[in-house]
Ligand binder design. Structure first.
Ligand code: GLU
Length: 279
């Protein structure tokens, strides 16, 4: 299919000046297990978002969030084989952190004031925008065409919330638990559009099995600043992750991860890079 490249303003980590982490970590939470070489860290990602967080058929993981999470984990002292990736769906993220199921979450997780009441965030490390994915022959051109249409998004996402509150309050919103279910519904004609971040939609559209099937509307309906979610109050980990993100940007691993994962579907325009690492 002809998937037009979309440009994205990619936000590097807005790393706050670090305060000393002399208070250290609490090593008692269940998201980290064992000690010495047998220790593990549990990290929340998405399992079904190509280019971002994907569990491959062979059980390995790929995507930009996976690469960011792997880099961050290394900076926290964990090699790739010491990471246990746990699926954290959009509606599970706050609870997974509160329960201590995972040490941190890198899962297309937008930083919002509402979420900041429940979790802390490091970053942001990428800027995406809410958009629409449509079938090629769709006549929907903008948000005003959506009222009365069947629109799919995911429960617990900023995308679903903004449909209800501003983008298309009169659309028939179907909230599934994952974007892959929405994509299947779009393919079958059960819904007229899928809405979420352009980064996610582009990743699906670029999949071999969907070639020629879908198109993006390129509406930039919002700014979605992806952060790394951490348990509320764990400022030591937030500080360490911000340091790791800053390093990832400065040693170019971040650019490389972007190229590796969004090469086909999602072009990164360096001139639109808005997130400047702050020392
Ligand atoms: N970035 C948005 C959010 O955090 C949509 C993507 C998602 O559901 O993970 O809600």
């Amino acid at each position: 299919m002809k998937l037009r490249k979309i440009s994205v303003a990619a936000a590097a980590a807005l790393v706050l000046s670090l305060t000393a982490t002399a208070c250290g970590d609490d090593n008692n939470d269940s998201s980290r297990t064992g000690s010495g070489s047998g220790k593990k860290i549990r990290v929340g990602i998405k399992y079904d978002q190509p280019g971002l967080g994907l569990k491959e058929p062979d059980g390995s993981f790929s995507g930009f969030d996976v690469d960011v999470a792997t880099y961050v984990a290394k900076e926290l002292g964990y090699e790739p084989d010491q990471i246990e990736f746990i699926e954290t769906k959009s509606s599970d993220r706050e609870n997974a952190l509160a329960r201590g199921d995972v040490k941190f979450i890198a899962a297309t997780y937008s930083i919002t004031d509402e979420r900041k009441q429940k979790v802390d965030f490091a970053g942001p490390y990428l800027l995406a925008h809410q958009d629409l994915l449509l079938n090629q022959d769709s006549d929907i051109v903008d948000g005003t065409d959506l009222n009365g249409k069947k629109l799919c998004s995911v429960a617990g996402s900023t995308s679903a919330q903004s449909v209800k509150s501003k983008i298309a309050p009169k659309a028939q919103l179907k909230e599934y638990s994952s974007y892959s279910e929405c994509i299947a519904a779009l393919k079958s004609g059960a819904v007229d559009a899928v809405t979420t971040d352009d980064s996610i939609l582009a990743g699906f559209a670029a999949q071999e099995q969907y070639k020629g099937q879908f198109k993006l509307a390129y509406l930039k309906l919002s700014n979605e600043n992806y952060g790394i979610g951490v348990k509320k109050g764990d400022t030591a980990t937030v500080d360490k992750i911000n340091e790791a993100l800053k390093k990832m940007v400065s040693d170019r691993a971040w650019d490389q991860a972007l190229k590796d994962n969004f090469g086909l579907a999602y072009s990164y325009d360096p001139s639109s890079k808005i997130g400047v690492v702050k020392d």
